[in-house]
Design a protein around this ligand. Structure first.
Ligand SMILES: [Zn+2]
Length: 97
């Protein structure tokens, strides 16, 4: 049995995938016009030119991270030892956990 997947996951975590595409108006090539992904160390300076044609490229921001849901927040509160009360009626609260 091999454990290469575990290694891959660790590397992927340390080397985030960055998305680039040529800047608007730049000639570019098919590669950078459609955008490409590049594995880079977090400390690496962002790429400024297409590795294939040398056209100026800019980083594309990935989709914004989804904010934690209320459910996740409750989970964290529960793990931290807090209790949550749910209001079921006027002046009546039900202990959720
Ligand atoms: Zn290019």
């Amino acid at each position: 049995m091999r454990f290469t997947r575990l290694g891959d996951t660790r590397v992927a975590h340390e080397m985030p995938l960055r998305e680039y595409s040529c800047v608007p108006g730049a000639a570019g090539c098919a590669y950078c016009r459609q955008g490409f992904e590049q594995l880079e160390a977090p400390v690496a300076a962002p790429l400024s030119a297409c590795p294939r044609c040398g056209a100026p490229v800019e980083r594309r921001l990935s989709a914004p991270a989804v904010p934690p849901s209320r459910g996740a927040l409750s989970d964290r509160a529960q793990r931290a030892g807090f209790h949550q009360l749910k209001r079921v009626d006027r002046g009546t609260y039900e202990k959720q956990f």
